[in-house]
Design a protein around this ligand. Structure first.
Ligand SMILES: [Zn+2]
Length: 252
């Protein structure tokens, strides 16, 4: 199990103040027992495999290109490592609200989409499991015509957000179903932690993240040679580092 991380993720850039460097800085300390890998920024070609030149230019004009390209590069590294062993991309900014020509919600480039495109020569069918509180509209939009990439948003099944009546048991049941009823050669997790009990979503306990991580581990070991990676999306409570540590302890 490799943690993909760069001190570059601790840089400040113009964004919502809740998406701050401590999210990853303190988590990196928490995960210090794991082996770390330092990623390079995603290349222009890798970013252009997902995003239009207009969108890339707008990100550049806002002074966000360096931060966004490094996060995408972290996701690419996690996906490449996952071809031989599991990896967790401890990256920021997040990416799942970035579609090819537009982004919002503290996202600029769609990290997991850039990563999936980069490994497509090596794997055919991809399951993207989005466990962030929010619907990953960018990722869904990027892969909507791709029959080999399934994108499943847990909890937020559709854009109408039918989350209100769900509890943690129902949530974990949706994870099981997603893993059981899709075909895949690798699993990529958009790992947001804002569904945490004390975060905006107010539902999952720290130990629920371990359960979710271990369900994904077991399914990947059984179904796709153990190929699995996760990249950080949202999660804004100060306990984020404990939620991530718990997830990784099940996922590794
Ligand atoms: Zn979120």
């Amino acid at each position: 199990m490799i943690v993909v991380y760069s001190r570059g993720f601790e840089k400040r850039y113009p964004t919502n103040p809740v998406e701050n460097p401590d999210r990853v800085r303190l988590t990196a300390q928490e995960l210090s027992g794991y082996e770390f890998f330092e990623p390079a920024p995603a290349s222009q070609e890798e970013i252009a495999s997902v995003h239009t030149s207009g969108h890339i230019e707008r990100v550049r004009m806002r002074g966000l290109y360096g931060a966004a390209a490094l996060a995408a590069g972290g996701a690419v590294a996690a996906a490449r490592i996952a071809l031989r062993e599991p990896a967790f991309g401890l990256i920021r900014p997040p990416g799942h609200h970035a579609s090819s020509d537009h982004s919002w919600g503290m996202c600029f480039f769609n990290n997991i989409a850039v990563a999936v495109k980069a490994i497509r020569p090596h794997v055919r069918r991809v399951l993207i499991l989005d466990i962030d509180l929010h619907f990953g509209d960018g990722t869904v939009s990027i892969f909507r015509w791709d029959p080999d990439v399934s994108v499943v948003n847990i909890g937020a099944i559709d854009i109408n957000f039918d989350y209100i009546n769900l509890d943690s048991i129902g949530y974990i049941e949706q994870v099981k179903n997603a893993l059981e009823f899709h075909e895949y050669d690798i699993i990529g997790v958009s790992a947001g932690f804002d569904t945490y009990r004390l975060d905006w979503g107010g539902m999952l306990d720290i130990d629920d993240y371990r359960k979710i991580g271990s369900l994904i581990r077991d399914a990947s070991e059984e179904r796709c040679g153990g190929r699995r990676f996760a990249v950080l999306e949202g999660g804004y409570h100060q306990d984020l580092r404990y939620c991530i540590r718990s997830f990784v302890s099940g996922f590794e």
